[in-house]
Design a protein around this ligand. Structure first.
Ligand SMILES: NC(=O)c1ccc[n+]([C@@H]2O[C@H](COP(=O)([O-])OP(=O)(O)OC[C@H]3O[C@@H](n4cnc5c(N)ncnc54)[C@H](O)[C@@H]3O)[C@@H](O)[C@H]2O)c1
Length: 325
């Protein structure tokens, strides 16, 4: 049975990915455990005997942490634009310097594949639809640090060390380590609790989206297939304006008197549509993205069931403000 180290594996995406991969692989979660749901619930997990934890800061990585590891999935670091500006030298240290060192040590230790979770934020503001080879315009420290890390890590690739850089769109969907600072998640939450949606700016800005369950499916495919080459790939299910997304969600959840409120404080200048020139080549013509309607209904159901609330565990900016300032 292969052993996979998931760096940042206790986070929003990592919590879902780790539980899914546990069914077929041994998992080592390398994480500072800022959001400790999966660690606290480790004994209740299905296949719990297959999971181990290394509670550590990525800045303290040692080559011995990769003992017995076949594949690394790196989902670590400060995970959004506003949090990255709280302490930009910390963001550069973690998201660029430490993630690069992490990959260098993984290669040295004999890891065979390194799947680097990057971001579509590298495209920032762009008028035309952007593809993998399109113009990069990273606006925040988050986007700049991730883009630089991605470039340097890709240069490490060779026949024995495959690198897959996945540029994720904005994620949505349920995780036991929930994030409510992601646009679709917070829209569903506010509709549930306040019957309102709050939009920053005029809502005409385009964004690319993908569900957590689609990303997990893509990771599973790469790992199972085993013979894919190194590549950089945009991961996008659909592009939409923020207002269109809000309207669709209101319809799915049958909110009669939805009230879309616009705030005129456009702090986020990102506006871009993303496509992929290579997705079908690697993931097949038949790859089916999850149904938006099903994902939204599941998200609502689980947020109710697990009594998800807005707090410093679900809003990264709140958490890192306490941690880093
Ligand atoms: N969520 C999205 O919409 C999205 C979109 C594009 C890219 N991404 C990228 O995907 C990855 C996962 O995103 P997420 O939403 O799960 O983020 P998250 O914030 O939920 O998870 C990040 C994890 O990294 C850990 N971590 C942070 N700093 C650390 C440090 N210094 N040392 C050790 N561990 C540390 C945290 O404890 C957390 O478990 C991130 O790299 C993020 O930048 C996310």
């Amino acid at each position: 049975m292969k052993t996979i180290l998931i760096s940042g594996g206790a986070g929003y995406l990592g919590t879902v990915l780790s539980q899914e991969l546990l069914k077929n692989y041994k998992i080592v979660i390398f994480d500072q455990l800022y959001f400790p749901w999966i660690f606290r619930n480790r004994r209740k997990l299905k296949y719990s005997k297959n999971i181990k934890f290394i509670k550590k800061n990525i800045t303290d990585i040692k080559i011995t942490d990769f003992n017995g590891i076949d594949i690394v999935c790196d989902l670590n670091g400060i995970s959004n634009d506003p949090s990255s500006e709280l302490n930009s030298s910390h963001t550069w240290n973690v998201n660029y310097k430490s993630r690069l060192k992490f990959a260098q040590l993984a290669k040295k230790a004999g890891v065979k594949r390194f799947i680097f979770n990057s971001t579509c934020s590298v495209y920032g503001f762009n008028k035309n639809k952007v593809y993998e080879d399109g113009k990069k315009n990273p606006l925040s420290t988050y986007a700049k640090a991730n883009y630089k890390a991605e470039n340097k890590i890709l240069k490490l690739k060779n026949n024995n060390f495959k690198v897959n850089a996945l540029r994720n769109s904005t994620l949505f969907g349920f995780s036991n380590t929930m994030r409510l600072d992601l646009v679709i998640n917070i829209f569903v939450y506010n509709l549930m609790r306040k019957k309102k949606i709050f939009i920053d700016g005029d809502g005409k800005q385009f964004r690319p989206f993908i569900s957590v369950s689609d990303i997990v499916k893509i990771y599973k495919y790469i790992i199972k297939k085993n013979n894919l080459p190194s590549f950089v790939c945009n991961l996008v299910s659909f592009n939409n304006t923020i207002t269109d997304v809000a309207t669709k969600i209101s319809k799915i959840l049958k909110v009669d008197k939805e009230l879309i409120n616009f705030k005129n404080n456009l702090v986020d200048k990102r506006n871009y549509k993303v496509g992929s020139k290579i997705f079908r080549k690697y993931f097949g013509r038949n790859f089916k993205f999850a149904s938006f309607s099903t994902e939204i209904k599941t998200l609502e159901k689980n947020m109710k069931k697990f009594k998800i609330k807005k707090n410093d565990q679900t809003i990264r900016m709140k958490f890192y403000k306490k941690k880093l300032l």
